[in-house]
Design a protein around this ligand. Structure first.
Ligand code: HGY
Ligand code: MN
Ligand code: MN
Length: 410
């Protein structure tokens, strides 16, 4: 069959997505496979088994990134695709998984057609993309591109107090492939949009032109634990109040800056977290994002100012710790145009857009031309078990990926 006419097998893709979603399955059809947990190991084992069954040569690097290599006619730099298979605690079944299984589906389609591309093709999944258990997010791909030293990455401590290197060894994925293995000629990643744009506009494919900046920090507040009933308000130094004040400030900050600014207090823990005790301490996280680096810096500056004033007014001590900081990224114009051209040729509607979420592609963009293919998320829901993309849209994304890989690997 001519390469032009090639299409992926949508049912086979759906079967793999369902099979992987069964690992760490949670109420509502989603997945819980936090990085380097037993569920993540089971997901990794399943995908590695599929890679081997497809004849891919599997390499695992020292941070647990996994690469399945499909040889080409020439031994030159490969075209790489992939994403992540770790999820947040209340994840959907497509975030990350679609990019990895879409890559495997493209490989199986090429195998069935007996097509060998000039360049090798690599399907990868990167360790701990979510950053929800071990910060920062995109940790595995950050190490892969050399932007985070391996020893520092191995020493990252999770929100549940485990050292990353120990967890990696425990699940058996501390690999020995040389760091930066299979340095790619180009990288293209298929991913669900996770936002409302494509679904609202009835467009099938997103050609991702850029990706917004990300600033994560942990804010630790220490005050004076006391009796909720006997302590007059004027004598309180209340971390619980301070945490709530910061949460409210984050919403006001996003409103004041407007534009693409988003602010989220996703995690907040009080100690001892009891109804009649003024908390001794509070620990919360702030996730700030903006497409504009200067505005993101302004958001960080205003938050720091507010936190300083609050500490003084409430008589608490507040320590902040950066967890992730990535500037906005612009993807390679050639790859963006390739995605648009391929979508048009295959008859899919397409528009350029920005990614609100972080992705491994933003790290690969530091070492090679990189870009992304988005497919719609119904009502823009993600990081939620209700995350859904229509099977026809999943197949459309995988077809665009297949043909983009064919062109890049020619
Ligand atoms: O946080 C993010 O944007 C991604 O889901 N890791
Ligand atoms: Mn993702
Ligand atoms: Mn995610």
């Amino acid at each position: 069959m001519k390469a032009e006419a090639l299409r992926i097998d949508a049912d086979r893709l759906m079967r793999r997505l369902e099979r992987l979603a069964a690992i760490g399955a949670i109420e509502g059809g989603g997945c819980a496979r936090l990085a380097l947990t037993d569920e993540d190991r089971a997901g990794r084992d399943l995908v590695v088994g599929w890679m081997r069954a497809l004849g891919l040569e599997v390499a695992i690097d020292p941070i647990g990134n996994v690469f399945g290599l499909r040889r080409g006619r020439e031994d030159v730099a490969p075209v790489m695709t992939g994403s992540h298979i770790d999820t947040v605690r209340t994840g959907g079944r497509y975030d990350g998984n679609l990019g990895v299984l879409g890559g495997l589906e493209a490989v199986e389609t090429l195998n069935a057609a007996g097509i060998v591309t000039r360049r090798p093709i690599v399907v990868a999944f990167f360790t701990g993309e979510e950053g929800a258990r071990f910060a920062p997010d995109m940790l595995g791909s950050l190490v892969y591109v050399g932007a985070l030293a391996l020893p520092a990455a191995l020493d990252v401590v999770s929100i549940d107090g485990r050292r990353l290197g120990d967890e990696l060894a425990r699940i058996g994925y501390a690999g020995d492939a040389p760091p930066g293995v299979h340095r790619p000629h180009a990288y293209v990643e298929l991913h669900i949009e996770q936002g409302p744009v494509l679904d609202a506009e009835g467009i099938t494919i997103g050609a991702v032109a850029d990706l917004q900046g990300i600033s994560w920090q942990e804010i630790a507040i220490t005050g004076q634990s006391n009796h909720a009933g006997t302590t007059p308000m004027r004598l309180r130094h209340d971390p619980g109040y301070a945490a709530a004040a910061i949460g409210g400030f984050l919403r006001d900050l996003a409103r004041e800056l407007g534009g693409s600014q988003v602010c989220t207090m996703g995690k907040v823990d009080l100690h001892p977290n009891l109804i009649n005790v003024i908390a001794a301490r509070a620990t919360l996280t702030a996730d700030l994002r903006n497409t504009d680096e200067a505005l993101l810096r302004e958001a960080e500056r205003r938050l720091a100012l507010f936190v300083g004033g609050l500490a003084h007014a409430e008589g608490v001590t507040i320590a902040t710790r950066p967890l992730a900081r990535f500037a906005p990224v612009t993807f390679d114009a050639g790859v963006v145009q390739l995605v648009e051209r391929t979508a048009a040729r295959l008859g899919y509607s397409c528009r350029r857009m920005t990614s609100g979420a972080g992705h491994d592609a933003q790290m690969l963009a530091r070492i090679c031309p990189a870009g992304m293919i988005f497919v719609p998320s119904v009502q823009g829901i993600s990081h939620n078990p209700a995350e859904h993309t229509a099977p026809a849209d999943l197949a459309a994304g995988a077809n665009v990926l297949l043909h983009a890989l064919l062109e890049l690997a020619a």
